[in-house]
Design a protein around this ligand. Sequence first.
Ligand code: NAD
Length: 457
Amino acid sequence: MSTITKYEVTDFETFHNVIDNKLTSTSKTRRAVDPSTEKELGDVPVSTQEDVDSAVAAAQAAFPSWRDLSQDDRAAYLSAFVDAIDAHQQQFAELLGKEAGKPPQAVGIELFLLSNQIREIIKFRLTEEEIENTDVRSIMLRHVPIGVGVGIIPWNFPMLLGIIKLVSALLVGNTFIWKPSPFSPYTALKLGELGAQIFPKGVFQVLSGGEDLGPMLTAHPGVGKISFTGSVATGKKIAQACAPTLKRFTLELGGNDVAIVLPDADLAATVPKIATLAYLHSGQVCFAIKRIYVHEDIYDAFLAAFVDFVKTLKSGGPADAEAALGPIQNSMQYAKLLDMYDQVSKQGWKSLTDSRIVAEEQFGPIVPLLKWSDEEDVLKRANASLMGLGGSVWSKDVKRAERLTRRLEAGTVWVNSHFEVGPQVGFGGHKHSGIGVESGIGGLKGWCNPQAVWVRN
Ligand code: NAD
């Protein structure tokens, strides 16, 4: 590992691709918009097929020696990387606030989660499993890295969601190319710049571009795995694009999470939590609560307390330390939300069961509150969604709530909580919410091919 002890990026104003540890420019550039001010931010590269080919070639060349390092050595590089990120926290916070439209509180959460995820994930080690060991033979199961990995990232958590992929891929011995969303490419490019001072050439690269960049990467025969986080529609396109070259893929897609509130729930404790978890990042969170089913006995009281609480949530931009909520990240998403909101008022608030706001992922600060009276019926309505990311049940009777959560068709379920995720265990979606898991040991194995080793004595 390099003997440099201090890694530093001083310029957070100009942006380059990072290919083979070099900062490179493209003839064409583009700009994303700060959603709080609607002003254009700095120029970023628009990568071409040539840039993709160069990055994949560098990643392929770097793979054998990176793979052959020990997990401890690779973890040491990643440890230096997270220290360097933390040392630039102020600069990253400012840039993240601008590109994602996050007020300081939301930026703080993302940066804390990011640092914590890296520090915890790099403690994991994939070990060989002894399946059989007799006098005549042994059978071992090991996990070997796939090769060149690509992470395709959405705009709602531009740093955190890429970091989980990067760290998991690298720790187990893959090389990695990060493709940020065109709506929020800035922090990723600076992470790449910092990484170029730490990792060997070709191990971690970042390419920014337009709408054609994702398809160029998913089609490339030199890429072994795509790890994608984003919408269901794009996830389906990625699965199709991976088929001709039989790339491995992990898909972390949309959600339409339910919170089911039982009649005995403690409203004073429950309402602020559910409202916060529904409106977090203005609802632009995959695991945000997107449908709230409240028992009819407490529906009116819940609704009144919910509205009172939501009125206290202050909205504002990256400079507003007191703001809990920021703007909608981009005009495309804003138009979609306005259309949904319009439909809800046209339909009338009382007939929400079949409306788009219940059936689809809204991904914004519009949340339907629905009434229920029968346990089997509410479970049926909860599971009627094509999505299956998360779900929660809220009650003082923890045993009853747990029994119900276990019947939700979702990858992560909670009692009296929601959106609690951590590196202890991988997260992923059922049904249209995804394939595979990220984070935890499950996430590490997703970056590997299993290999069975049979040895006859
Ligand atoms: P999106 O699908 O529009 O874009 C995601 C990424 O895919 C971007 O980088 C985009 O440039 C790229 N992309 C678009 N078309 C592509 C193609 N044909 N081939 C390859 N790449 C392509 O999603 P978004 O609007 O950025 O993000 C919001 C969605 O992400 C929501 O549905 C949300 O629920 C989901 N999400 C899921 C999770 C999760 O962990 N399950 C986390 C965050 C967000």
